[in-house]
Design a protein around this ligand. Structure first.
Ligand code: NAD
Length: 485
């Protein structure tokens, strides 16, 4: 099977690819060229209603199917993703603007890994039993919830979409999923793969459209019992406001303003290489990117000189070219937002050390949305630039003198997603790790992921954890059964 991409994408409902009931579509734009390359369904409540009906029909069989059956189908989906690596990687890059080598090396392999991980995981999933000596025994049933909603963002499109769908399906739920309207194509192709893999109709339904249109219709649908959402804190707040009074189970993976804490005694070269990566990978459009770099004062100048030098060497270019380290920003709207944030930083007294400007490419990409990786200094911890998520290739440098000051700066935002700590002093690393208010801490590394670990944020970065058993527990309802002996 070749994965053709039609000009008009379709929803995936009840095992079929179908047009939105309204007949309305939204333009899909390649951010590297600025061209409209297709149309995506502008779905609304009626499409979601149809998807829920299909899911209801599918649920009794899917939820009671042997785990070996679910394993086989999900594993087959993983194999088909691998088999279509090239087509999926190209589609991801054309949709998102990220370098093709990155889609090939990270995004698509991770999507198949997600399916494989939860396909095998469900074979080993078990529940607790609590013995009350000679009086009674309790055992816990972890049953599928029913119909669940999965909503994902544009920065790691297939990677994050499958990260939610795979555990939800493995646990026996039927799913209504919505990818970002900015990057819909690989989710559309996943529907084709699911059909090919023999996933029964209605088990997974993929609805395209905007947040307020299709997204809210999923969140507010009375038959959708749980929502797993990854996206901005602002949208998370709105989703929580809709879902909480309906007592839906909620998992929210939201924004970040992550600190990278660099002590003078770190392994310098490794820290430098990884800090470039943690600052600018995927154009800085990863929720885990370190956007506030905190440097011990004694090495601040050394760091600044080397870091700026290396940043200037990152080639901004056509995402299809192997030498490009930085691709396009995902959309015109986001491109303009990042440039506005850079303007704000300047008004706040920030000094631009490099970048800070759009990059005009020639040829195929002359109308694309490119920004030079940007490093700034001279901004205090409480200014807007150091408080609000920019989600682009923009980092600030701040210096600290003591461990306490480093912690104060690290914790000085309303977010708490991820932090990176660089030091060779393992006691200091552990002390700081325990006190940084973040759900995910990397010591002397960045984005080293084990899919079994709890993943998620504190404070305004989210509620709940994904990954491993946490995800399978989220997507099941725990029921205690007590038997008196
Ligand atoms: P977004 O919040 O605008 O959109 C995310 C998804 O939610 C999209 O599918 C969108 O259509 C949908 N949506 C928007 N409003 C909605 C509503 N009212 N009801 C239902 N659905 C709605 O986010 P984005 O701009 O696509 O992604 C960037 C954001 O995602 C950043 O803030 C980033 O930090 C965050 N993010 C977080 C993680 C994490 O794991 N914590 C991972 C990746 C991205």
């Amino acid at each position: 099977m070749k994965l053709e991409i039609p000009y008009h994408l379709e929803n995936y409902i009840g095992g079929h690819l179908i047009a939105p009931l309204s007949g309305n579509f939204i333009d899909n734009i390649n951010p590297a060229t600025g061209e409209v390359v297709g149309q995506i369904p502008d779905s609304h409540k009626k499409d979601v209603d149809a998807a829920v009906q299909a899911a209801k029909l599918a649920f009794p069989d899917w939820s009671t199917s042997p785990v070996e059956e679910r394993f086989k189908i999900l594993n087959r989906i993983a194999e088909l993703i691998d088999a279509h690596l090239e087509e999926l990687a190209l589609a991801e890059t054309n949709d998102n603007g990220k370098p093709l080598w990155l889609s090939r090396q990270v995004d698509i392999p991770r999507a198949s890994a997600n399916f494989r991980f939860f396909a095998t995981g469900i074979m080993h999933f078990s529940a607790e039993s609590h013995n009350m000596e000679d009086k009674a025994v309790n055992y816990t049933l972890r049953q599928p919830i029913g119909i669940v909603g999965c909503i994902s963002p544009w920065n790691l499109p297939l990677y994050l979409f499958t990260w939610k769908i795979a555990p939800a399906l493995a646990a026996g739920n039927c799913v209504i999923a919505k990818p970002s309207e900015v990057t819909p194509v690989t989710a559309f192709l996943l529907a084709k793969i699911c059909i090919e893999a023999g996933l029964p109709g209605g088990v997974l339904n993929i609805i395209h459209g905007t947040g307020p249109g299709a997204g809210e219709a999923i969140v507010s649908h009375p038959e959708v019992k749980a929502i797993s959402f990854t996206g901005s804190t602002r949208a998370g707040e709105r989703i929580a406001a809709i879902a909480a009074p309906k007592f839906k189970k909620l998992s929210l993976e939201l924004g970040g303003k992550n600190p990278a804490i660099i002590f003078a005694d770190c392994e310098w070269e490794k820290m430098m290489t990884e800090t470039i990566r943690s600052s600018f990978s995927n154009q800085g459009e990863i929720c885990l990117c370190g956007s506030r770099i905190l440097i011990e004062a004694s090495v601040y100048d050394k760091f600044k000189t080397e870091f700026v030098e290396r940043t200037k060497q990152l080639k901004v270019g056509d995402p299809l070219e192997n030498e490009s380290r930085q691709g396009a920003i995902v959309s015109k709207m986001h491109f303009e937002k990042i440039l506005r944030c850079i303007d704000t930083a300047k008004q706040e007294g920030g000094k631009i050390l490099c970048g800070g400007n759009p990059v005009n490419l020639t040829g195929r990409c002359e109308n694309g949305f490119f920004i030079a990786p940007t490093v700034m200094e001279g901004l205090g911890p409480n200014c807007q630039t150091n408080q609000e998520e920019i989600f682009g290739p923009v980092v600030t440098l701040q210096s600290f003198k003591t461990e306490e000051e480093a912690l104060q700066l690290a914790n000085a935002t309303s977010y708490g997603l991820a932090a990176t700590i660089w030091t060779q002093d393992i006691s200091k690393a552990n002390r700081v790790a325990a006190k940084v208010e973040s759900g995910i801490i990397w010591i002397n590394c960045w984005l080293l992921r084990d899919l079994r670990t709890p993943f998620g944020g504190m404070k305004n970065s989210g509620v709940g954890r994904e990954g491993g058993w946490e995800a399978l527990r989220f997507f099941t309802e725990a029921k205690n059964v007590c038997i008196q002996l």
